[in-house]
Write a protein that binds this ligand. Sequence first.
Ligand code: PLP
Length: 453
Amino acid sequence: MSIPNTVAELTEIDRCHWLHPVVALQQHERRGATIWDSADGIHLTDVNGHRVQDAFSGLWCVNVGYGQQSVIEAAQAQMRKLPYATGYFHFASEPAIRLAGRLVSHAPKGLTRVLFGQGGSDAVDTAIRCVRYFFNATGRPDKKHFIGLQRGYHGSSAAGSGLTALPLFHRYFDVPSPQQHHIPSPNPYRHADGPDDAAVLASTVRALESKVAELGADNVAAFICEPIQGSGGVIIPPKGFLAAMRKTCDTLGILLIVDEVITGFGRTGPMFACAAEGVRPDVLTLAKGLTAGYAPMSATLISEELYQGIAEGGCDGTAFGHGQTYGGHPVSAAIANAVLDLYTDGGLLTNGERVGQHFEAKLKELEELPCVGEVRIRGMLAAVELVADKKTKAKPDATLRMGQRVLEHAFENGLVFRAFNDDILGFAPSLNYTEADIDVLVDRVRASISHVF
Ligand code: PLP
């Protein structure tokens, strides 16, 4: 194959050879890809020179924006010094060790051990494997069942995709397994007991209790949830949700896994949503904002109790059989350390919290539009839910592809974000946005909605 040098050639190779995630495959073959060429600050430019403001931080990950020199220099320096070092066996590297210590110091007290991986999906798989190992090693081998939330997203790996509860990740894939279960999403806007927060919360607690009763507490390992359901449509549970789940899990004798792959690293304001709510999960999964998309990396933090149970299980001298070649990659770790500096000393967490307040005030104004049922927002994570009828909350006719059309119009007018199910618009601007950048974002969204509806 000759080296492609025109956009048409690149497009053709993409159509024929790259199988993209989460697109209708034949439709992609007809449409072709939008091929990004470069990025700076909060903007992306495609190979045709079309420049757009990124209102989604890539895929909820580029929390520090593009072109951060300190991150680029940290990566370059680490590549020159030590481009690879395994974390297997008794080997380690300085940036990964430093990062493990820093993550533990930022996480809720008691999460003391870090397992590094490549992305959110394997962070969740690591969580599942650690929990299974823990119960087997501590003499409770029947504790095998996992419970998640409908509309939850926990990645697309063979195990984690069964805890995900979005139909397209299940259809034809033979998941969930018989050991994976889901209870209703605590979505105040659409819950049968909503919109009353207290009623939705009580109902969610009851649902977990009755699922555990149905399966038998001795057979249930853990409950997993996101603090805010991202890919499910930025669903913000009632206040006190994590604390209520923690309490319920403790009462039922099951573990709590909190998946902060999206909400971690300032996305909702604080470094971690669970810490801000005073909740210490037994397992915490992190990725995306950890390296802000500058390199792949994830981290699964487990409690000291879990670690001790797992370590004692291997007391006969058997090695702990879990890990990947690139776990704790030194370049990714150097990047993560530089990114953490930006969140803290660089002021990005503080900036995100301040700009997030402006974002909330401005985006909420869209609720005055007749086709906007609800605006949901916490920090720099937001959704606008479109409806055909505000009173009945009837969804727009799916065949009209409203969300997609809003997205397309906005893209032409210089803004990129995401639509879920064609009726929910999702936003995750980077933490280096200014108030003026937010105004551009919201004005363009308003113009695009008004154009389509
Ligand atoms: N968990 C959550 C909450 C996520 O939002 C995602 C991805 O969006 C994942 C896990 C999977 O992460 P990855 O796509 O890096 O495998």
